[in-house]
Design a protein around this ligand. Structure first.
Ligand code: BGC
Length: 854
C-alpha cells in the first residue's frame, strides 16, 4: 500500500458534473498523505475507453489541470482517474474514478421549442402556475436517458410521477436578455419501455415575476419551458421527446399564484392526481400550449451548484393572540427559506396563512414595514383529511418569525418547520475564539451568507430587493471564500456580470441588471468587475477566471478612463456620482475621492492580472495608469498639511489600503485615523466602502490594539452592538435598531445584509491567522500568522482549501505563553509567523510552536 492516495476529484470545481459546455474542463484532486512534507512530484491522468491520457507529467500541479485530449463532443461522458508520484518518487494507486459529461454543445442539437401556457398574467396579477405534460412511448430497451432542460422562469420537472431533481429555482438566474442556463439530468431510472410521460410545473421566478419595485414581467409575461429528453436504446438507436406544440397544459392546478416577493397561494383542493406526470392520465380537458419564438439568447450549461434545501429549524417558542387566531412562532434564528407546514384533520377549504418577518415591533407584533412591497405571505387552502403538508415551491422569504393565521389544528412539534435554502456552496471554513460574542458574530456572518447566496450574491432576502448589488458582493467576497466554497458560484455570477455590462463598459449597480435601478454602479460598486475575479484567483488559484473576465475588466477600466476627466472619477460634473461610503456614520467621504481611489486600485489590480496572464505590455500600461491616477489622487485629495480631504476614517483607510498616500505621509495619516477612532470613543464611522479595510489597515500599520478594540466594542456603532440586542444575522445598518430610536427608516432596514460581515476575513486571517500568499495563490503557499489581541485568549480556525485542510489553533496562557498548532495539507508549504515576528518555513503536516511572553 502506498502512503499516498488521491481523493476528492473535481471537474470545474464540481463533483461529477453532468452537462458541461467547457471545451477544456479543468481537473483537480487532493493528495492524501499523513507524512510530514508530503508533496506531489508528478501526476498522470487517464481516461477510460481510450480517451485522453496525460502521460506522466513531472509537476506538483494538482488543481486546474486543463483537459488536453481530443475535442470533446456533445454528450460524451468521460470517466477519469489520477495517480500521483510523491516526494520520494513513489506512485500512488490510481484514484477512484470520477466523471464528467458534456452537454449539448451546439444550438442545432436542440430539437425542442420554447413552450408555455396560453394564459399570461398582468402587470400586477399573478396567474396560476401552469402544469405541462406530454405522454410518449418507448418501444425498445433503454440504455440511458438524459433530460436537457431549461426555463425562462423556474421549472420543476417530473417523469412518470417522480421528481427529476429536488434542486430548487431551476435552471437558475441569469441576465435573461443574453443567456439562459440549462441542466442535464440522468433520468434513465425514471423511464421504462412502453408508455411514459413527462411533466413540468412552471413558476414566474425572476423572469416573469416581480423584481424590486418593478411590476411583473421584467423580461417576459409568462414562464416558458424548453426540454429535450434524449433516450438511447440498447440497439444504438435514439428517441427524442422535446417540448413542442403537441404538449398539453393546464392552469387548473393547486399553485394559484407564486411569486418570489409576494409568496405563494396554494389550494390543495385543486391538487392534480399523482398521475398527472405519468402515462395513462387523462389530459383531454387540458389546454394546448403556446409555442414561442427562439429568444435568441445563448443557452449554456449551468456552471454553478443549484439552490437546495440545506437544513431545518424548529421553532423555539411561540405566542398565541388573544382571539386565538394568530400564532407567532420564533425560529430562534433569522433564516432564509420557507416553512413546511403540517396540518391534521382540517376542514376542506380552510385557509391558513403564513406571514414572515425578521423582527417584532415593541408590542411584539410582526414588523412588516421594512418588507416594503414584498407581501412575503403564503396562503394554504386545506384539502381536508388526516394529514396534509405544504411547502411553497417558487418563493422564499427572509424571516425569523412566522405568524400562522387560522391554524385548524393544535400546534405540534412538527406543525411549523423552517426549511433553510441556499445555493449549495459547500462549507469550507470554521472559526472560533475565546470570546462568545465574536463567535456569535461569526455565526451571524455565516447565516447572512447562507441567506444571500441564492443563485447570485444578493443584498438582502426579505424586502422587495434581493438584487445582485455589486458593491456588497465586492466587499464580502473574501470572507465568503473562507466560509464556503464559492468558486463555481462566482464563476457563474461573473459571467452574468459580463452579460450585464453596458455597451460603454460601465457595470450596472446590480447584476443581473434591474430595470428600476438603471444606474451604473459607480465607485466601489462597479469595481466588483475587477475585484471579484482577482479575489477568486487569489483564493482558488484560478487563472482561467481572470482570462475569461479579462475582456470585461479591460472594457470597464477603459470606461473609467473615458469617463474620468483629468483622471478624476465621479467628479462634480457628473449627475450620478455613486453610492459614496454607503451608510457611514456622520462621516461623508467625497464621491470623487472614493472614485479616484478605486480607479487607481483597479489599475493596480489590472496590472497584476495582466502579469499573471502573461500580458506584459498591458501590465506596463496599467502600471503607468495606476501611477498617473495615484498622482492625481495625491494632488487633489492630500491636503497641504499632509492629511486627506474630508478627514474621514474611510478616506484615510483607502489611502493606506490602496497604497495611495506618499510614503513619507503614511505615519501621519495612520495617526489621524487612530485619533479619529479614539475621538469617537473607540468607534468606527465607516460605511460599506471603508469598513472592510478598517481592521486590516490598523493591523498592518501597527495598531492591532485599536483593531481589537473596534472589534470588541459593544456600543453603537460596532459589530457587536447588534449582538447585544439579539441579532442572529448581520444588519444592513449599524443602527438598524437602537434603544433610543427603535427601528431605523423602514424604507431601507434589512436585518440580513452581509456587507458589514466583511470583517470576517480579518477574523480568519489575523485572529486565527490563516492567510494566503499572493505569489502562490489558492493556498499553494500558506501564511500562518495569528495576532493575539484584545481580551482573546485563544482561537482556532480551519479552511478546506483546494489542497486540503488548513488549521491554525492557538492559546495564550495566563503567564503570556503562546502555543500554536498548525496543520498544513499535502502538496503545500507554509510560512509561520509567530506574534514576536519570528518566521519559520514549514511543509505539510502538523506542527506546534511555543513562544514565551516577550
Ligand atoms: C441595497 C444595498 C446596496 C445599496 C446601494 C440598497 O438598497 O440593499 O445593499 O448596496 O442599496 O445604494
Amino acid at each position: 500500500m502506498s502512503a499516498t492516495s488521491v481523493v476528492d476529484l473535481r471537474c470545474e470545481y464540481l463533483v461529477n458534473p453532468l452537462g458541461l459546455d467547457e471545451p477544456k474542463p479543468r481537473l483537480s484532486w487532493k493528495m492524501r498523505d499523513a507524512r510530514p512534507g508530503a508533496k506531489q512530484t508528478a501526476y498522470e491522468i487517464t481516461f477510460d475507453n481510450g480517451g485522453w491520457s496525460s502521460g506522466k507529467v513531472a509537476s506538483d500541479q494538482s488543481t486546474h489541470v486543463a483537459y488536453a485530449g481530443p475535442e470533446l463532443k456533445s454528450r460524451t461522458r468521460c470517466t477519469w482517474r489520477v495517480r500521483i508520484w510523491d516526494h520520494e518518487g513513489k506512485p500512488s494507486e490510481w484514484s477512484e474514478p470520477a466523471f464528467f459529461e458534456m452537454g449539448l454543445l451546439t444550438r442545432n442539437e436542440w430539437k425542442a421549442e420554447w413552450i408555455g401556457s396560453p394564459h399570461a398574467g398582468g402587470a400586477y396579477s399573478i396567474p396560476p402556475a401552469p402544469y405541462l405534460r406530454k405522454a410518449f412511448s418507448l418501444a425498445k430497451p433503454i440504455r440511458q436517458a438524459r433530460l436537457y432542460i431549461s426555463a425562462l422562469g423556474i421549472y420543476e420537472a417530473e417523469i412518470n410521477g417522480s421528481r427529476v431533481s429536488d434542486d430548487l429555482f431551476l435552471p437558475g438566474r441569469t441576465e435573461y436578455k443574453k443567456r439562459v442556463p440549462y441542466q442535464t439530468w440522468d433520468v434513465t431510472a425514471l423511464l421504462k419501455s412502453g408508455d411514459n410521460a413527462i411533466g413540468a410545473i412552471l413558476g414566474d421566478g425572476w423572469y416573469a415575476g416581480h423584481v424590486h419595485s418593478d411590476p411583473r414581467g421584467c423580461y417576459g409575461d409568462r414562464p416558458k419551458l424548453l426540454a429535450q429528453l434524449v433516450v438511447d436504446f440498447n440497439d444504438g438507436s435514439q428517441q427524442i421527446v422535446a417540448t413542442d406544440s403537441t404538449w398539453k397544459s393546464t392552469i387548473e392546478g393547486p399553485v394559484r399564484s407564486s411569486d418570489i416577493l409576494m409568496g405563494e397561494d396554494y389550494d390543495a383542493r385543486k391538487e392534480l392526481p399523482a398521475g398527472w406526470s405519468s402515462a395513462g392520465f387523462d389530459d383531454t380537458a387540458w389546454d394546448g400550449v403556446k409555442t414561442f419564438d427562439e429568444p435568441s439568447v445563448a443557452l449554456i450549461a449551468k456552471r454553478s451548484t443549484n439552490v437546495k434545501r440545506m437544513r431545518e429549524l424548529k421553532p423555539v417558542s411561540h405566542t398565541i393572540s388573544a382571539n386565538k387566531r394568530r400564532i407567532l412562532l420564533d425560529l430562534g434564528q433569522n433564516m432564509v427559506g420557507r416553512v413546511r407546514l403540517k396540518i391534521r384533520n382540517a376542514p376542506p377549504g380552510k385557509v391558513v396563512s403564513l406571514r414572515h418577518v425578521e423582527m417584532l415591533d415593541k408590542n411584539g407584533k410582526p414588523y412588516v414595514e421594512a418588507l416594503r412591497t414584498a407581501r412575503a405571505t403564503d396562503h394554504y387552502t386545506c384539502r381536508g383529511g388526516p394529514e396534509e403538508v405544504f411547502e411553497p415551491r417558487f418563493t422564499w422569504h427572509g424571516f425569523r418569525y412566522v405568524e400562522v393565521r387560522d391554524l385548524p389544528c393544535p400546534l405540534e412539534g412538527d406543525t411549523v418547520i423552517g426549511v433553510v435554502i441556499h445555493s449549495d456552496t459547500p462549507p469550507t471554513g470554521t472559526f472560533e475564539c475565546s470570546d462568545p460574542m465574536i463567535n456569535q458574530l461569526q455565526s451571524n456572518i455565516t447565516w447572512s451568507q447562507r441567506g444571500n447566496f441564492l443563485e447570485i450574491p444578493t443584498d438582502c432576502p426579505q424586502r422587495d430587493e434581493r438584487l445582485g448589488w455589486t458593491g456588497d458582493a465586492q466587499v464580502f467576497i473574501r470572507t465568503a471564500a473562507f466560509n464556503m466554497d464559492v468558486a463555481a458560484f462566482f464563476t457563474h455570477w461573473l459571467q452574468v456580470m459580463a452579460d450585464a455590462q453596458f455597451e460603454n463598459g460601465g457595470i450596472p449597480s446590480t447584476v443581473p441588471f434591474c430595470p428600476s435601478i438603471p444606474t451604473e454602479g459607480g465607485p466601489a460598486w462597479s469595481d466588483a468587475a475587477v475585484i471579484c475575479p482577482w479575489t477568486i484567483y487569489l483564493c482558488y488559484g484560478d487563472t482561467r477566471i481572470l482570462e475569461t473576465a479579462y475582456p470585461m475588466m479591460r472594457k470597464f477600466v477603459q470606461y473609467l478612463q473615458d469617463t474620468s476627466p483629468n483622471d478624476i472619477r465621479a467628479d462634480e460634473t457628473k449627475k450620478w456620482r455613486g453610492y459614496g461610503d454607503w451608510l457611514s456614520q456622520n462621516a461623508d467621504t467625497a464621491p470623487d475621492l472614493i472614485g479616484t481611489a478605486f480607479y487607481a486600485h483597479c489599475a493596480d489590480l489590472m496590472s497584476r492580472i495582466a502579469t499573471v496572464l502573461g500580458k506584459a505590455e498591458h501590465a506596463g500600461e496599467y502600471r503607468a495608469l495606476h501611477e498617473r491616477v495615484r498622482g492625481v489622487w495625491r494632488k487633489r485629495f492630500v491636503t497641504l498639511d499632509g492629511l486627506i480631504a474630508g478627514q474621514t476614517q474611510t478616506a484615510y483607510l483607502l489611502s493606506l489600503q490602496f497604497d495611495l498616500i506618499q510614503p513619507e505621509l503614511r505615519a501621519k495619516v495612520v495617526d489621524a485615523l487612530v485619533r479619529d477612532i479614539r475621538k469617537r470613543g473607540m468607534h468606527l464611522s465607516t460605511g460599506f466602502v471603508g469598513t472592510p479595510y478598517l481592521t486590516q489597515v490598523l493591523t498592518r500599520e501597527g495598531h492591532l490594539d485599536v483593531a481589537y478594540a473596534l472589534l470588541e466594542q459593544k456600543t453603537f456603532p460596532s459589530w457587536l452592538f447588534p449582538i447585544t440586542h439579539g441579532a442572529t444575522t448581520m444588519w444592513e445598518r449599524w443602527d438598524g435598531w437602537t434603544p433610543e430610536k427603535g427601528f431605523n427608516d423602514a424604507g431601507m432596514n434589512s436585518y440580513n445584509h452581509y456587507a458589514y460581515g466583511a470583517v470576517g476575513d480579518w477574523m480568519y486571517a489575523t485572529i486565527a491567522g490563516i492567510d494566503l500568499d499572493r505569489e502562490k495563490p489558492g493556498y499553494k503557499h500558506i501564511v500562518i500568522a495569528p495576532r493575539p489581541g484584545g481580551t482573546i485568549t485563544g482561537a482556532r480556525a480551519s479552511l478546506k482549501s483546494i489542497y486540503g485542510l488548513i488549521k491554525s489553533e492557538w492559546t495564550l496562557a495566563a503567564d503570556g505563553t503562546f502555543n500554536l498548532r498548525v496543520t498544513i495539507p499535502p502538496n503545500t508549504t507554509a510560512t509561520v509567523r509567530l506574534p514576536s515576528g519570528k518566521e519559520t518555513a514549514i511543509e505539510a503536516g502538523e506542527h506546534s510552536f511555543t513562544e514565551a511572553k516577550a
